[in-house]
Design a protein around this ligand. Structure first.
Ligand code: NDP
Length: 504
């Protein structure tokens, strides 16, 4: 059971190694989605705080102990961060539950796994290097250097706050960058606790990690456009992502975007039925459907449609709604009031479009374990892929079931969408598994599993689901740039008016 003190916790933000209030002096309340009550006060930063944070991050990048540190020492520092997260995982998970209403079992699993990112990129830090290039001129010694891009702006959402910061911060620190983080206004507290319990005791040089808390456009836009920011890494909705991309492009910042999805979870009649049913449930009802990789389009082969839907409804009916702070709870509240309204409006849209609601279909009252921001696990059958409920991201516990005949049609439906983040395939045929994995246009394909992520496996989207990859060794490249160095060992210069090529 989560400890829920009733007095408001009063947070400060963290800029240039110092705890401080926002320049405005204002604070806003953050809410516990389960009780609907405010529980903490968060500094309301604006462009002035963004400027201070970016200048501090630039100073830390450019001068002082951080750029002087060896890559090996940076790696050690990252491993220290990992150890401190291990020590405080439970507390950090509880703060996240208080702020985003996700299940304690889910947030604890994330926090216990999170150190691996810092261990992994800590190990990678001193394996980053350029190479000697055999330039096609005998007198030239040529080599490349891998250098950090500079100050990075991280903009993160409310669904997995510290994990999604970690996916960015760990490779950025390994590369030698510094950071200014703008968390979601709905879930700032765990990041501030992370700074207090992990970043400060790890003794990073001041200014290497900074936080600007506050509202999306007020803080996010000055951050994305700040002249000292070299790179923006964003996770969130596609509309906001497009805006961030447009703003960042004006000053040629490097950008990576991890956006929404409408992922197909495709079940063939040669699957292990019970595994696929559990996979479909985990794809959409875990995390109350509030995940970018939600398997929100369930593509069912027509030959197993009826028995599968029957089993699916039976299992989804058993989902225990309730207090996300209890380990036995399986479906918690929706995190934010706008998100709650959005989910309900999509349920209405689906009904109006003629989809058949076979489970749920509205708010979950207190008597059923629900409460203020609860939506019943909802299943629509008879969905056709052109309906809005099949094309648009709901970001809630709402599943659209779509029938298909054969592989060809499954591929066509799966790819007939603006998004391309994830996909699931349930089959026992190796040929079918590998063919589908190749033909589906998405950044991740899971076969006979769903919703698995790892620090080792690249993650990101095709099409409108984003730009770039997080996780895995290649993610560090997003925080590096390559410099080419030419050293001439030959006397004399040749004709100064002609470009030097191998033949001149
Ligand atoms: P947003 O995309 O609006 O928010 C993501 C982050 O961007 C937040 O920190 C937000 O701040 C910030 N932000 C908002 N507006 C701007 C702006 N103009 N410039 C810079 N930063 C900005 O997502 P929402 O929280 O509103 O959720 C809406 C939708 O986004 C969901 O329905 C879902 O489709 C998708 N989403 C996807 C996630 C994913 O994991 N890919 C995670 C969360 C949401 P603030 O919170 O203060 O507004």
């Amino acid at each position: 059971m989560l400890d829920r003190p009733t007095t408001l916790k009063d947070y400060q933000t963290y800029i240039d190694g110092t705890w401080c209030n926002a320049a405005s002096g204002k604070k806003f309340q953050t809410f516990d989605p389960y009780t609907g009550e405010p529980w903490a006060l968060i500094p309301e930063c604006d462009a002035r705080d963004v400027d201070r944070a970016c200048e501090a991050a630039y100073r830390a990048f450019d001068t002082g102990p951080w750029p002087a540190m060896t890559q090996t020492a940076r790696g050690r520092l990252l491993r220290r961060i990992a150890g401190l997260i291990e020590k405080h995982a439970e507390h950090l998970a509880e703060v996240e539950v208080r702020d985003n209403g996700k299940l304690i079992s889910e947030m604890l699993a994330q926090l216990k796994y999170l150190p691996e990112w810092y261990y992994y990129y800590g190990g990678l830090a001193d394996k980053i290097h350029g190479q000697v290039v055999p330039v096609d001129r005998p007198d030239i010694f040529g080599y490349t250097l891998k250098e950090p891009v500079g100050v990075c702006a991280f903009i993160t959402p409310w669904n997995s706050p510290l994990m999604l910061v970690g996916w960015k911060l760990a490779p950025a620190l390994a590369a030698g960058c510094t950071a200014v983080i703008k968390p979601s206004e709905f879930t700032t507290a765990s990041l501030l606790e992370f700074i207090k319990l992990v970043i400060e005791p790890a003794e990073l040089p001041r200014g290497v990690v900074n936080v600007v808390s506050g509202y999306g456009a007020v803080v996010g836009e000055p951050l994305v456009t700040h002249p000292k920011v070299a790179k923006v890494a964003f996770t969130g909705g596609t509309v906001t992502g497009a805006r961030v991309n447009e703003l960042a492009a004006k000053s040629f910042k490097k950008v990576s975007l991890e956006l929404g999805g409408k992922s197909p979870n495709i079940v063939f009649d040669d699957c292990v039925l019970d595994d696929a049913v559990a996979g479909a449930i985990s794809g959409i009802f875990a995390a109350t459907g509030q995940t970018c990789i939600a398997g929100s389009r369930l593509l069912l082969q027509d030959t197993i449609h009826e028995p599968f839907v029957e089993k699916l409804i039976a299992m989804a009916r058993t989902a225990k709604l309730g207090d996300p702070g209890l380990v036995e709870t399986q479906v918690g509240p929706v995190t934010t009031p706008p998100q709650y309204q959005k989910i309900l409006s999509y349920i209405d849209i689906a009904k109006a479009e003629g989809a058949r609601c076979v489970l749920g279909g509205g708010p979950a009252p207190k008597e059923e374990g629900g409460g203020k921001y609860f939506v019943k696990p909802t299943i629509f059958t008879g969905v056709n892929n052109r309906m809005r409920i099949a094309q648009e991201e709901v970001f809630g516990p709402v599943l659209s079931v779509i029938k298909f005949r054969d592989e060809e049609e499954a591929v066509a439906i799966a790819n007939d969408i603006a998004y391309g983040l994830g996909a699931g395939v349930w089959t026992q045929s190796v040929r079918r598994a590998t063919t589908m994995a190749r033909r589906i246009r998405a950044g991740t394909v899971w076969v006979n599993t769903y919703r698995a992520v790892s620090f080792l496996m690249p993650f990101g989207g095709y099409k409108a689901s984003g730009i770039g990859r997080e996780n895995g060794a290649e993610a560090v490249e997003a925080y590096l740039q390559t410099k080419s160095v030419w050293i001439n060992n030959a006397p004399g210069g040749g004709n100064p008016f002609v470009m030097r090529t191998a033949t001149s």
